[in-house]
Design a protein around this ligand. Structure first.
Ligand code: ATP
Length: 233
């Protein structure tokens, strides 16, 4: 579904992504794990068209999306929930969700809103509340709901568990699993390697801009060097 081949991304003189190649197949949950600064967010931003690779190719559903601007990438069926959620703080929950549907025909928006409210009853209760007054967990749900309003085939999530209490982390991971079971393919970036690998079909380990290991979620959970570096021994 998504094929990333030999990409290299620089911030000025900093070589942040070094010859990264990986793929996500239809129906999978794939996770990219790694320490702070390993290049996980940069990878997602490059796929989304926010950053540019100097080399290689990125294809999605058989189409080249390298160099395609972010709003067009969304129309191809690829949605990105950025790190830190980035909801529109001054707007209501419902206005935020509607913003996520800008690629969709007007007549289909009400049905998508109903779908999102069914998945996130908390958002329905708070539909008129200003997003800036939501809790961290609610903002994460809103950011995910907003992305779902574009009806993505592939949902990219950047650190959805960041800053959340353990009970909420569990809830967010349950939702990710449910979305996947309902047919959405997931590319999940996480520092919480234990949780991410436990729900992922496959994973890739990033270290200073390079992929250093790959395998099924279970294989990586049992890998001695992954255990030592990312799973607390
Ligand atoms: P984190 O989990 O901390 O978000 P990450 O794995 O997502 O880490 P990136 O944010 O992709 O890592 O960063 C990769 C590298 O690129 C890091 O060395 C970082 O300092 C650098 N970097 C990221 N954004 C910029 C920027 N705007 N300007 C310069 N360097 C940057």
């Amino acid at each position: 579904m998504l094929n990333v081949q030999d990409i290299n991304v620089y911030y000025g003189a900093i070589h942040a992504i070094k010859d990264i190649t990986f793929e996500v197949n239809d129906g999978e949950i794939v996770t990219l794990i790694g320490a702070n600064g390993a290049g996980k967010s940069t990878t997602l931003q490059t796929i989304s068209g926010l950053l540019h690779s100097k080399t290689g190719s990125i294809s999605f559903l058989g189409k080249n999306i390298m160099g395609v601007p972010p709003h067009k990438v969304v129309s191809h069926g690829l949605a990105h929930v950025p790190e830190g959620r980035r909801v529109f703080l001054q707007m209501s929950v419902e206005e935020n969700l509607e913003m996520g549907a800008y690629t969709r025909p007007k007549g289909e928006i009400a049905a998508s809103l109903a779908d999102v409210y069914e998945r996130f009853p908390r958002l329905k209760e708070r539909r008129r509340q200003v997003a800036g007054t939501l809790s961290g967990g609610e903002q994460q749900m809103l950011a995910m709901g907003r992305a779902l309003m574009s009806k993505p085939r592939l949902l990219m999530l950047d650190e959805p568990s960041m800053g959340l209490a353990p009970i909420l982390v569990e809830q967010i991971f349950d939702i990710i699993r449910e979305l996947n079971a309902a047919g959405t393919t997931i590319l999940l970036v996480e520092q919480n390697a234990q949780m991410a690998l436990s729900i992922a079909h496959r994973g890739y380990v990033l270290e200073t801009g390079k992929i250093v290991a790959t395998g099924t979620g279970q294989q990586l959970l049992e890998d001695e060097s992954v255990k030592k570096a990312y799973l607390g021994g």
